[in-house]
Design a protein around this ligand. Structure first.
Ligand code: GDP
Length: 197
């Protein structure tokens, strides 16, 4: 898919206030610092569209972008901040889950995990929760430029093994590097395919 335009639409904290659900929507989520902003910027080739930041937890809102005047890309807040209070964490959780469970035009969720880390319980639990709620999702490995091909394969296999303990059908997985624009075409193609299907 060629990106002809990428426009910021709005940020808000309630799914009810999101833009009218007239277009197919694709959301991106992951723990803070996973490389979500970098990946979104790589996908859209728009530097600074999603702000990259070193400060964990900075994107704390649901951010809508309109791509090619055709579909919405949604940058969701990261989950699992260690540094915020339980109350704030619960508030974010509610915002994210309300959005995920109730947003009618959400087609697919892309869950980002850092390819260098072993499967973290918080990520696996989140994927299991999505599976239980029947929310279609893909797994996106980030920062692949930091590992060798062999290490990449090992990381992917470990994830497949862990998810395979719970699920018969495994989600599709993408290997990406925002730095090298690796996996960009594949993710955009998956969106194109889902829009057309
Ligand atoms: P976010 O908090 O998930 O939005 O993460 P950011 O996109 O702000 O990235 C967090 C850190 O990881 C930054 O220091 C980025 O430069 C770095 N980073 C993000 N993507 C990549 C990547 O593909 N390769 C490498 N080597 N570093 C990355």
């Amino acid at each position: 898919m060629e990106i002809k335009s990428a426009k910021f639409v709005m940020s808000n904290s309630e799914y009810q206030k999101c833009p009218p659900p007239h277009r197919a929507e694709f959301a991106f989520i992951g723990r803070s610092n996973v490389g979500k902003s970098s990946l979104i910027n790589s996908l859209t080739f728009t530097k600074g569209l999603a702000k990259t930041s070193q400060t964990p937890g900075k994107t704390q809102l649901i951010n809508h972008f309109l791509i090619n005047d055709r579909w919405f890309l949604v940058d969701l807040p990261g989950y699992g901040y260690a540094k915020v209070s339980k109350e704030i964490r619960q508030k974010f959780e509610k915002m994210i889950f309300d959005y995920l469970l109730k947003r009618e035009n959400l087609v697919c969720l892309y869950i980002l995990v850092d390819i260098r880390h072993k499967p973290q319980p918080i990520d696996v639990e989140f994927m299991n929760r999505m599976g239980e709620a029947q929310i279609p999702f893909y797994v996106v490995f980030t920062k692949a430029d930091k590992l060798s091909n062999k290490q990449i394969q090992e990381s992917v296999e470990t994830y497949q093994q862990i998810l395979g303990e719970t699920w018969e059908e495994l989600p599709e997985m993408f290997i990406t590097s925002a730095e090298k624009h690796l996996g960009r075409e594949e993710i955009l193609q998956s969106i194109e395919d889902l829009i057309k299907s």
